[in-house]
Structure formats: C-alpha cells, structure tokens
Design a protein around this ligand. Structure first.
Ligand code: GCW
Length: 862
C-alpha cells in the first residue's frame, strides 16, 4: 500500500513536471535521456570536488555534476570534497574528480601529461575508470563540468581526453537594466521579457532569487562577467546603498564564476550634487572616482570592471571639457587597474543632434565612430577595451563590420553583439543569429593586405593584444523564459558557444541546444534547426533588403515596419529614398567617404559598385530603383517586392511545421512557441504590405507580377473601410502604409461598433468548400478591446486585444505597424452571399480597429 502510494506520488510528480517546461532552466533542464541506462555505468558515481567552500565554482561544479547525473542518467551520484573521503562510498568503481590544476597538484593527483591551458580553459581526461575535470582555474573546472554534462544531456560520452580553451579572455554579458521602471523604455531598455531581475523601485531587489539561476546559465556556456545595469546609467549606481546591493548580486554570481561589472554615468559627481564638475582632469573628480571605486571593491573584491557610454545619444562625457575619449576612459581605467579591473569603453559614439540630411550629402552617422576615435589609438591605458557594435550603425539586419576594428592596432577591442532582438522582431519573430554574427566575425579587414578577420582582431591575435573579446546585450527579464520566447534562448546559448569558439557551426549549436532544451526527437531537432537557419534570410526578406537596414520604426519602438521613419531626422539611419532612387552613397569619390574608412582592399571592393555584393548594395551606393542586380535578374525594386513576398510566405510555414511537432515535445513549450509563430506569420504580412505599399507609392513602378500592395489588388481581401459601418469610422493609419490600402476602421466612441459585408462571389473562386478567414486588426497597448466575428449570425470566433501582456514587444502605442496583427480561423464554410459581421468593443485607447478580412483557400498565402 505504502509503495503503491509512493509510486502514485512520483508518477504524479513526473506528470506535473512533464507539463511544466517553463523555460526557467533553459538548456540546463537535465531531463532524462533515452539512452540513460547504457550511459549510466560509464560515468563514475563518486564525485570529488576539490573545494568545499560553497562560494567556489569548483564546489558548484560538484553540485551540478551530482544533480545533472541524477536528472540526465537517473544516477545516484554523491559528492565529497577531498580525496580522503572518497573511500566511504559504496560501489566505489572510479571517481570523477573536478578542480583547478593547482588543486589537483595540491591533492597530489596524477594528471598524466600536463594539459596546455590558458585562463578559463579546461581538460577532461579519462584514465581507467576515473574521469578528471581539470580547470586552468576554478572557473575553468566548472566549465569542464558543464561540458561533461552537456555531452551526457546529448546522450554521448567521448572516451578521448578533451582540452578546450576560450578564444578570447573577455566574454561578457550586458544588461540594460534601469534602477526603476519608466526609464526610456521601461525597466529593461530594449528588453522584451518583463522587469529587471536585479532592480526595482530605484534600488536593488530584496528578492534576488533569479540571479543565481541566470549566472548558472551564463557559466554553462563560458560567460565570465555580467554588467548588470544600463549603459544609459543612473548616477545612483555608486551610492553606498546601491553598492551594498550590488555586493549581494555579486555574491550570488560568484559561485558560478560570473563577475559583476557595472555601467557608469560620466557626470555622476555633478549629478549626485557632490561636485560642480565632472572634468576628468579635475583633482576632486579623480578623488571622487577613487573613493567610489575603493568603496565598490570593498564590497566586491573581484568586480570585473566598468562599462562606459560617453558623449553619445545625450550621455555626458569628457568632450564637454575638451578632454578626449581616451582621457575619459583612462579616468576610470586608472582607478580599477590596481584591483585588476578593466574598462569597457563603448565605440558607439555619435552626435544625434548634428546630422543634417537635406543639406549635406556627405553627412553620415556611420562615419562617426572612426572619426571620434581618430588619433586616440595607443593613448588608452592597457586595461581599456573599446567595445564596438558589430556594424557601424546599430544592430541592423545586415551591416558591414564596423571599420573601427581596423583602426585600433594598439588598443584592445571587443565586439558588441545583441542577444535581445531590438531591431529583429523583439523575440516575437524567430531570429537565430549564427550566420549574421559569422558574417561580421569572419569579415576580413585586409589590414596592410594581410588576413585580418574581425574575430582575430578582437581575440588580440592580429594586433598582439592581451585583452579583448566579446560583449552581448542580453536583456533577460523576470519572464519564466528569460528572453520572452523559448526559441530566443538559443541565441544566449549561441553567444556563449561562439564567444568561446567563433568557428563553431551554427547548425551544430542549434542542434545541441535543441536536444538539451527540448528533447532528442529527430523531428523536433530537424524542424528547429531548419526554422532557425532560415530565420535570418526570412526576416531580412520581409524587413530591409540589399543592405538598406531593417526599415522598422526607428524613432520609437524599433519594432514594426515604418520605412518612412528612416529619413528626415537627425538619427542618421538614412536610406535617402526618393521617387527615383535609394541607398546611401558611401563612396569616397561622390559620397560620404565611409568606404574609405576600410583598409585599401576592402575599401576598393565596396567603393566600386561593380564589386559590391548585392546584399550590401544599398549600404554603399545610391542607385535608381531600376538598377539591375548582379546575382539575380531582378532590379532593385523588383527584388524588394519579390523578397517581401518570399519572406512572408516562408514565415507562414513556421506555424504548420511547428504543429507537426505536437505531442513530440512538452506541451507548454509547444503551445507558447506556437502562439508566437502564428503571430509572426501574421505580422510578416503586415511587414510585406507596408514596405511594398511604401516603395510602390514612392517609385510608381509596379510589380512585374502585379501583386497586392505593389501595383495590383489583394485578391482575397474585404477592406474594412468598404464594409457597412455602424459606430465605426474610416480613418488612416499613421503612417498610412501600415494599413492595407492605407485605411482602416476604428470605433467612433466607447460604444460597441459593427461592420458588415456580404461575401462576393469573386472571392470564392476555388473548389474548396472551406476557407481560412483572417482578420487583420490593431491591438493597441492601453486598453483591451474585444472583437467577435460572425458569419450569418453564427459566431466564428472572438478575441481580445491583450497582446501587450502576451507578447512583450515594445508596447504598441498607436495604430501602426507595431499594432497591426492578424487572427486566422481555419476550415470555415463560406458561400457567396454570406454575411460577415465584426462586432468591436473598444476600451480606452484600444479602439477595436480593423484593417481587413481575408478569405482564402487553405494553403494559399493571401
Ligand atoms: O540603438 C540604441 C538603442 C538604445 C541604446 C543605444 C546604445 C542603451 O535604441 O536603446 O541605449 O542604442 O546602444 O547605447
């Protein structure tokens, strides 16, 4: 009876556990693998971690190995903390020993041939029935333990010894967390997964329970430091009450070998009211920073360093006092230098107020970084690393590598990547970064006509720097999935893997990740791999092509389509699109001169239109819409139309491909991701139509195939503005092209509104008796409107405008490309003459707006 009860309880636990894969464990679920039984006997069940201090990464390694082996293999492993204890275990066949090289030596354990390790590297050796995980330091030992567990979680255990060293010493995460809500974009700037896990109400959270879970994920892929606050930094960061809280955060990350870093506001002494200057040469300013740095290190002795954004986008900096950027960086570098800290000084410097598009053909934000850093190479302290965004503009869907990488031969550099998908669908569209990052990391600058890959420059190999590496803006939040969507987490995993070894294959990484995050089902692995690998070209197709940039709303959300927003403002993300032509002329001869910032071979390639690859054509050249491409027989404008139709069509396949995985993965993961893939399918059509309508309107050049939005009609649509309206008004979207045919309907008061239409014969040309019925509507953040769709008074469906709670992208504040979205009802029996009716119930600013209804046969992309 008792046993039976026990069985029921554990079966129940298993069932509950199976229902809840929230994402909180990321790829470290330690789920039981199919071949657990055969692997179990191959790993020693006795673990010796050569450090019994709970704050040490080696102690953590012991704990992880124990729980990992229990979960993955169902093994009843045990852990002790010295070799002398090991004898007390039963079934002592072999020992798994983990520790640093020093600890192995201290315990007189024969390591065999001494492995060649650099900082953070590790060696895994199989000697007889023993397994040794030897780190160059304690952090490396933990990385080795995570490596062993990753093998097991993927159902394999190599028997050859294995040595792994990181490609670069700096592998940092950046969080853009504000101390409180209501910063520029809420509590995490450009974060799409809820509030900060670190800060709340202007201070450090009491409840920091998410911090060790995050540090664990970071450590498992070799990320060794985390800057916890926004580069648009609050001056309070150095106040004693905050520093004390940062100390608590650092304590929670230390067992994972993740050191804390922090962003500083350059004007802190003045903003705090302590001094009336922040001149980096002023003795009292120097003393101020010395005192604060001493205070910080008294709480956090292993503080990784400072991150500084200066003289960019309104942030204060040394230029105010006619000091150079190097003077500014060195102010901090000298303070942290005795403590072993570094200063990550951002290369993202430009003046967002001085660029004049209409009067100056040569004005170019892309030029700014090299110009601002001109003449400074070599004047930075040794512990300064210039942190450079991958492209010269700002995390766009495609950019050439920043030329600044080729200008600093006597200064350490790091590349800045984004895991958060600021311009790339904000975790509501699938975007797997592998190939995009590779396009930059493998970019060859040909400095002095020698191989000069960006990845070799940042690793310090090309210019003999001992520092350098990687930073990525991650921006997790309190959401259980960390980033807002299950699939988005593959990018955090990828970031760790690629910053450790930039030559890894994106395909291998996504498959490894899928096995650990989902399961070993070959269909699951195959589908996630395919969708992920297609995601960049797909998104690029329906956003911005040929190097024109993302074409999102760039003055606000950076999310939905708004090609007009690029031009006519001082932000400098211009396209210079007019009625005949498009693109930034960045040539030396006639343009902004940007191409001339690259070393000669690269400069000549991109300065010359005939050798510029199509995918960066409009980045470097201004051409007519009718300009013929090299790699296809399209013109520029025809490529835009074709690519937008192709991209949106491919995005339509994601949800059905996912649905084929039903029952093959955990239900929660399945459903939450499906919701997003369906959303993406609808939003990709909004992207397609907005961009096509915009460029067709501008150029007046019709699509060769006469498709909707670019010269032809949308064959399956009933535009809402053509319906019979009661309580609805016809209005225009802002900008107009974010609505189909430019117009839509919105409730004219707070009362319920209706729109009706008779289905015309012309829409129902297929033999199918059932159709998909899609409604494009606008879901604005403030308020939750409600819609009901009827066919001949039979309800087809109802839905709410609650995406602001479900999706997490930048809140859609108006009727535009952020808020335009789609719901689709499948298998609806429709006959000509049927009456369609939409009933909208507005609430506050959510005015139950409708763009159109589309009725199309199954399988068709409308
Ligand atoms: O592109 C901009 C982002 C800002 C960000 C800035 C930066 C933190 O829109 O939100 O500010 O880049 O990288 O500093």
């Amino acid at each position: 009876m008792y046993l039976w009860l026990l069985f029921c309880v554990s079966a129940l636990q298993y069932a509950v556990a199976a229902q809840n894969v929230t994402g909180i464990d990321g790829w470290l679920r330690y789920a039981r693998i199919p071949n657990a039984d055969s692997l179990r006997g191959q790993v020693p069940g006795h673990i010796v971690a050569l450090n019994d201090s709970e704050t040490s990464p080696v102690f953590t390694a012991g704990q992880e190995l124990m729980s990992g082996m229990a979960g993955i293999l169902g093994a009843n492993a045990d852990v002790s903390y010295s070799m002398s204890e090991k004898g007390s275990y039963r079934n002592a066949t072999g020992t798994l020993i983990v520790g640093s090289m020093d600890q192995f030596e201290g315990a007189s354990i024969d390591m065999g041939e001494e492995p060649e390790l650099i900082e953070d590297g590790y060696h895994i050796a199989f000697s007889g029935s023993d397994v040794h995980i030897i780190g160059s330091n304690q952090r490396g030992a933990l990385y080795g333990a995570f490596k062993l567990l990753a093998w097991l979680a993927q159902g394999r255990l190599p028997q050859d010894s294995y040595t792994s060293n990181p490609d670069a010493p700096i592998r940092w995460g950046n969080q853009w967390d504000n101390l409180q809500d209501g910063g520029n974009h809420g509590s995490v700037e450009r974060g799409y997964a809820g509030d900060s896990i670190f800060f709340k109400d202007g201070g450090v959270r009491e409840d920091l329970s998410r911090v060790p879970l995050y540090a664990r994920l970071l450590a498992s892929v070799g990320i060794n430091a985390l800057v916890v606050n926004n580069v648009n930094a609050n001056e309070s960061m150095v106040e004693p009450r905050i520093v004390e809280g940062l100390g608590r955060i650092a304590d929670l990350m230390r067992p994972y070998g993740v050191r804390l870093g922090m962003s500083l506001n350059f004007a802190t002494p003045e903003l705090l009211g302590v001094l009336d200057t922040f001149d980096p040469f002023d003795e009292s300013v120097i003393q101020f920073w010395q005192d604060r740095t001493d205070l910080i290190y008294s709480h956090i002795p292993d503080m990784a360093g400072y991150l500084v954004k200066a003289n960019s986008e309104g942030q204060p900096g040394p230029l105010t006092y006619n000091r150079t950027l190097a003077d500014g960086a060195n102010l901090f570098a000298r303070r942290v230098q005795p403590y072993g800290g570094v200063v990550m000084f951002r290369g993202f410097v430009y003046d967002s107020t001085s660029l004049n598009q209409t009067e100056d053909w040569r004005a170019d934000r892309a030029n700014a970084a090299v110009e601002f850093f001109d003449g400074l190479d070599g004047s930075f302290e040794d512990n300064v690393v210039v942190q450079i965004k991958y492209g010269p503009i700002d995390f766009q869907v495609r950019e050439p590598a920043s030329p600044l990488f080729a200008h600093l031969q006597n200064t350490a550099t790091a590349i800045e990547l984004q895991v958060t998908q600021e311009y790339l669908g904000q975790q509501c569209h699938v975007f797997y970064y592998a190939d995009l990052w590779k396009s930059v990391l493998d970019w060859d600058m040909r400095y002095e006509e020698k191989p000069s890959l960006v990845r070799d420059i940042i690793a310090g190999r090309r210019f003999n720097q001992s520092l350098g590496g990687y930073a990525a803006v991650i921006n997790v939040g309190l959401n259980q999935t960390w980033l807002g969507s299950h699939l988005a987490m593959s990018n955090l995993y990828l970031y760790g893997r690629m910053s450790w070894d930039p030559t890894v294959s994106g395909e291998d990484v996504i498959q490894d990740w899928t096995r650990m995050t989902f399961n070993h089902n070959p269909d699951v692995i195959q589908t996630i791999k395919e969708i992920s690998m297609e995601s960049w070209p797909t998104y690029e197709n329906y956003s911005g092509n040929l190097g024109i940039q993302t074409l999102a709303d760039i003055t606000g959300s950076h999310y939905g389509p708004d090609p007009a927003s690029q031009d006519g403002n001082p932000w400098g993300q211009w396209t210079r699109a007019d009625t005949f032509s498009i693109g930034m002329d960045r040539t030396v001869f006639n343009g902004t001169g940007f191409a001339g910032q690259y070393p000669a071979i690269v400069r000549n390639k991109y300065d010359n239109i005939s050798t510029t690859p199509d995918d960066l054509l409009l980045w470097f050249h201004h051409v007519n819409y009718t300009y013929p491409l090299k790699e296809s027989d399209e013109t520029v404008i025809q490529h835009f139309y074709n690519a937008h139709y192709a991209g949106a069509a491919n995005a339509q396949t994601y949800a059905p491909r996912w649905e084929a995985l039903k029952g093959k993965m955990n239900q929660q993961q399945y459903e939450e991701q499906l919701y997003r893939l369906i959303y993406q399918g609808g939003h990709s059509i909004v992207w397609r139509d907005t961009i096509n309508q915009f460029y067709y309107n501008l150029s007046s050049i019709p699509d060769e195939q006469n498709r909707g939005g670019c010269g032809g009609d949308f064959p399956y649509r009933i535009e809402a503005e053509s319906m019979e309206l009661d309580g609805y008004n016809v209005t225009i979207a802002e900008p107009w092209n974010t609505a189909s045919s430019g117009r839509l309907i919105a409730a004219s008061s707070n009362d319920t509104a209706t729109a009706t239409a008779t289905v015309p014969d012309s829409l129902l040309t297929s033999n199918s008796s059932t159709y998909d019925v899609a409604v494009n509507y606008f879901d604005v953040a403030i308020g939750i409107a409600h819609w009901t769709l009827y066919l001949n008074d039979r309800m087809i469906g109802e839905w709410k405008g609650d995406m602001e709670y479900r999706l997490g992208h930048a809140p859609a504040v108006a009727i535009n490309g952020d808020s335009n979205t789609r719901i689709t009802f499948h298998d609806v029996k429709v006959r000509s003459g049927d009456v369609l009716k939409i009933v909208g119930e507005p609430e506050r600013e959510d005015v139950a707006a409708v763009d159109y209804i589309s009725i199309f046969p199954p399988g068709v992309v409308d």
